[in-house]
Write a protein that binds this ligand. Structure first.
Ligand code: CU
Length: 127
């Protein structure tokens, strides 16, 4: 991940395939690698915008103290322990293991405010 794009910009998978994504944030800002449909990403973008507003997310880091103080019943927190999404601070590596059960329209995307719109989204192509 870079500011604000992915390298590669698209990946090919086979239905039934399990992939271990090894991701490194080589940018200077906080980024997400999230798997989902474009509809899921747009819902997630609203959550992320709220988390930014509430100081849980900052441009370059996750504010874990603010996360813990969340009075929303941990709902927003849980949105971020989803195994289909990982948030990485600058310089940090991480991974997601995902099984692509069937061919469908999926994207990997960063839902931090403004990033998706500026091109931080990639296509998952089924072979
Ligand atoms: Cu981003």
């Amino acid at each position: 991940m870079q500011d604000n794009f992915y390298e590669p910009e698209a990946i090919s998978v086979n239905a039934g395939e399990t992939i271990r994504f090894k991701i490194v944030n080589k940018g200077e800002f906080l980024h997400e690698f999230g798997l989902g449909t474009s509809a899921m990403h747009s819902v997630h973008q609203k959550e992320m915008a709220k988390m930014m507003e509430h100081g849980m997310l900052e441009p370059t880091r996750v504010n874990f103290d603010r996360m813990k103080m969340d009075h929303g019943g941990g709902k927003m927190k849980m949105a971020h322990s989803d195994p289909n999404s990982i948030l990485l601070e600058p310089g940090k590596p991480g991974e997601i293991v995902w099984k692509f059960t069937k061919a469908m329209k999926l994207e990997f995307a960063c839902n931090l405010p403004g990033h998706y719109e500026s091109g931080m989204v990639g296509e998952i192509k089924f072979n």
